[in-house]
Write a protein that binds this ligand. Structure first.
Ligand code: FES
Length: 110
């Protein structure tokens, strides 16, 4: 059972979640122990769920094409899209108070 530590607005929240939990899906159905997670589309299109992975990133699968498109250079800074992650291992995440700007230019045919 993955243990999630989540930092937001100077607060730290932690909880165990079921294997293969998607934090954004859980938030969407209000079964989420971290009510401060920001998210939007749930489909890798807005980057509002972007979080910096502080621990456990090496256990995650490589970023998918949606993450590469939305995060761009932020990927190298350790950011991932929470809506694209199905957690199988312990992880520590930090979400900035302000949503991370998408690397995609609005209206650019995204
Ligand atoms: S919620 Fe929109 S990209 Fe994750």
């Amino acid at each position: 059972m993955p243990h999630v530590i989540f930092h937001k607005n100077g607060q730290t929240y932690s909880a165990d979640v079921p294997l293969r939990t998607n934090l954004v899906v859980k938030a969407g159905i209000k079964q989420f122990p971290f009510p401060h997670l920001s998210y939007g589309c749930g489909m890798g299109k807005c980057a509002k769920c972007a979080c910096k992975v502080l621990q456990g990133g090496e256990q995650l699968p490589p970023a998918n094409w949606k993450e590469k498109k939305q995060l761009g250079a932020h990927l190298a800074g350790g950011y991932r899209l929470a809506c694209q992650l199905w957690l199988e291992h312990d992880i520590e995440l930090l979400q900035d108070a302000e949503p991370l700007a998408s690397a995609v230019t609005p209206g650019a045919g995204a």
